[in-house]
Design a protein around this ligand. Structure first.
Ligand SMILES: *[C@@H]1O[C@H](CO)[C@@H](O)[C@H](O)[C@H]1NC(C)=O
Ligand SMILES: *[C@@H]1O[C@H](CO)[C@@H](O)[C@H](O)[C@H]1NC(C)=O
Ligand SMILES: *[C@@H]1O[C@H](CO)[C@@H](O)[C@H](O)[C@H]1NC(C)=O
Ligand SMILES: *[C@@H]1O[C@H](CO)[C@@H](O)[C@H](O)[C@H]1NC(C)=O
Ligand SMILES: *[C@@H]1O[C@H](CO)[C@@H](O)[C@H](O)[C@H]1NC(C)=O
Length: 331
């Protein structure tokens, strides 16, 4: 025996291709959604000398089970005869091209088993391939994924988000929706995943906004299922809506405190206060709040707010100064 094994191994090494004789390639396992379909990508190889036996009479048989295998699908049974099949399905591959790709419909939740491919023709070509795929049907699938997984951008940058949801059943792909709808999206089914891409221009309104991608799966049997994934985005922007708040009328020489407010992300890290006197502008303070003694010629101010992305000035405000020497005082 050890001798025979060596010889076979040697053949394999020398003739590379020979090793692929009588093999079926399919994924080791496939996860599907109970009540929906699964597609089994499948290809097979035959020894060269058998290729001529591959003809229109060939059919794909699938069996399942670990120890005793029972036949569950025969691709030659169509129309009313298809009811004989334990598992309803469609051979979508072309056996003449050695493509045994098959769809199985409506497998129940919690079902799992090993499925084996058999090629059977109306001649001496009949073969049970040793390779198998484990089909696992569940009531859930992994959530969609959003890429990139973090978005931290400057205002005005264009953002592209991509949401991808597993699609084990290509005839019932999930429908993907973005909430809120930040922009037009484009869907594409590729490589066992449904993908939706959305583009938008980042604005301060998007800051801290939670964006959700929901995948809604319709099934051949059972209720629809929804799986979703969210992402919170950060937008950096320079100060905006910079304004000064001030108290009402004040008496001359009373002290008054002005406050500079602004929206910015990150928040404002430096303030500058300016006094306007005619056409002369003087910097007078550098905190968020500014306290001064109000008077006729010390009444016009504005503030400047700054963060690393830019600066913005408020408009010029005028403190309403009431003269002490007026009427009331002398009454
Ligand atoms: C696929 O299989 C189903 C169930 O066996 C059958 O009703 C249907 O006609 C088939 N469709 C095609 C395109 O072969
Ligand atoms: C998103 O932008 C890319 C290029 O940046 C473009 O190819 C794609 O068509 C855009 N998609 C949508 C839905 O606007
Ligand atoms: C500025 O105020 C306007 C009007 O209230 C608001 O729409 C806008 O989002 C604000 N901008 C920022 C950066 O907060
Ligand atoms: C800045 O504020 C102005 C006035 O409220 C508003 O019209 C504008 O949209 C704001 N800009 C941004 C980027 O929020
Ligand atoms: C704000 O005011 C300061 C002082 O007058 C000036 O240097 C600066 O250019 C102003 N900034 C903007 C954005 O107008």
């Amino acid at each position: 025996m050890p001798g025979a094994v060596k010889v076979i191994l040697l053949c394999c090494l020398l003739q590379g291709i020979l090793c692929q004789d009588w093999t079926a390639s399919m994924p080791q396992s496939i996860e599907g959604l109970g009540g929906s379909c699964v597609i089994i990508p499948c290809n097979f190889h035959l020894p060269m000398s058998w290729e001529s036996a591959l003809d229109n009479t060939c059919k794909a048989i699938w069996k399942r089970g670990s120890w005793s295998r029972i036949q569950v699908f025969d691709s030659s049974l169509t129309g009313a005869n298809a009811n004989v099949n334990i598992v309803q399905g469609n051979l979508t591959g072309n056996l003449l091209e050695k493509d045994c790709t098959t769809i199985f419909h409506n497998l129940p939740s919690n079902h799992y088993d090993d499925y084996y491919f058999r090629l059977e023709c109306d001649n001496s070509l009949k073969f049970n391939f040793r390779d198998s795929v484990k089909i696992i049907m569940r009531d859930s699938l992994s959530k969609p994924t959003i890429t990139p997984s973090r978005v931290e951008v400057e205002e005005g940058s264009s953002v592209k988000l991509s949401c991808s949801a597993p699609t084990p059943c290509p005839i019932l792909p999930p429908s993907l929706t973005w909430t809120p709808g930040v922009g037009e999206s484009e869907e594409q089914l590729e490589n066992k995943a449904m993908t939706s891409v959305v583009n938008f221009t980042a604005s301060p309104l998007h800051h801290r906004q939670k964006i959700t991608c929901a995948a809604l799966y319709k099934r051949q049997a059972g209720t629809d299922l929804l799986f979703e994934k969210s992402l919170t985005i950060s937008v950096f922007y320079p100060p905006n809506n910079t304004s000064v708040s001030l108290p009402g009328p004040v008496l001359e020489d009373d002290s008054v405190t002005l406050t500079c407010s602004s929206n910015a992300n990150p928040s404002v890290d430096s303030y500058t206060w300016y006094r306007v006197d005619g056409d002369q502008v003087t910097a007078v303070g550098s905190r968020k709040r500014f306290t001064t003694k109000a008077s006729e010629d010390n009444s016009h101010f504005y503030c400047e707010a700054r963060n690393m992305y830019g600066t913005q000035n408020s408009s010029v405000i005028q403190i309403d100064v009431e003269c002490k020497s007026d009427g009331g005082m002398k009454r």
